[in-house]
Design a protein. Structure first.
Length: 258
């Protein structure tokens, strides 16, 4: 009997530590010489203060049950301070900012942006037909390439000529306007690899062209980075001669974040 009691107590302690929200022990056991439930009457109360079920009378008996001895086991411990949480999620909110930026490598100084055609050849031979004299010999072309261009956000590529007439001779002097002109029209074409505005896809070939009779153009797109090629072509003027002098013009390429 002693060994059985000790084992039962140890077993109860282990269950209490391993389990959660275990019912607390509150028992009274009476030994009886009367033949009720195998000579043993047991009772387990619902709370430590519940003493309402003392076994006094056997069912249908007229006499009190002669009690032998009594065994009482009461256990009490405070519950958790808060509801137990076997799993805890801790969420860390991370944040940062990337500034909008557009880049275009255009050489190490302003001289790199001065595009000089040199002498724009015209037909100067004294044996030229009068309808060909002083006309351009061939196209004037310039090619500008950069290996680094782009924007890290939605953006617009813009090309603007300062004069829709193209290259202009600002001091031509007098001339027959039926036979001569003091400007050289040119077109500009930029090409690169990019994506459409707000598109999230693989980059593809993109172009922007400002024609001979155009002054400006623009193209909106998503973030891109690639090389950019800019071709400037002034087709040969062959319907009129060119007035002697200096021909100038400016073209502005703008990469602007939206």
């Amino acid at each position: 009997m002693k060994n059985f009691l000790r084992i039962a107590l140890v077993s109860t302690a282990l269950v209490s530590m391993a389990g959660a929200a275990q019912a607390q022990t509150n028992q009274r056991h009476y030994a009886s010489s009367a033949s009720i439930n195998g000579n043993v009457t047991s009772y387990e109360a619902s709370s430590p203060s519940d003493n309402s079920a003392e076994p006094v009378l056997a069912a249908g008996a007229a006499l009190a049950i002669p009690l032998g001895t009594r065994y009482t086991a009461i256990a009490d411990a405070p519950s958790d301070s808060e509801t137990a949480t076997p799993t805890v999620d801790v969420v860390f909110s991370l944040s940062g900012t990337v500034n909008r930026d557009c880049s275009f490598y255009a050489g190490n100084n302003s001289n790199a942006r001065n595009i000089d055609f040199g002498v724009i050849g015209v037909r100067t031979g004294d044996n030229e037909n009068v309808n060909s004299a002083f006309e351009m010999v061939g196209d004037a072309e310039a090619n500008i390439d950069t290996l680094t261009a782009g924007c890290n956000t939605n953006n617009v590529v813009e090309i603007n000529k300062n004069d829709i007439r193209g290259l202009v001779n600002l001091n031509p002097g007098g001339y027959d306007t039926d036979e001569f002109q003091a400007n050289i029209p040119y077109e500009v074409t930029a090409s690169w690899t990019g994506v459409a505005l707000n598109a999230q896809t693989t980059g593809s070939a993109q172009t922007l062209n400002v024609p001979l009779n155009g002054n400006a153009g623009q193209k909106q797109q998503g973030a891109w980075r690639s090389r950019m090629d800019i071709d400037i072509v002034a087709p040969a003027v062959t319907n009129k001669g060119l007035v002697a002098g200096s021909y100038t013009g400016t073209t502005t390429l703008t990469l602007r974040a939206l």
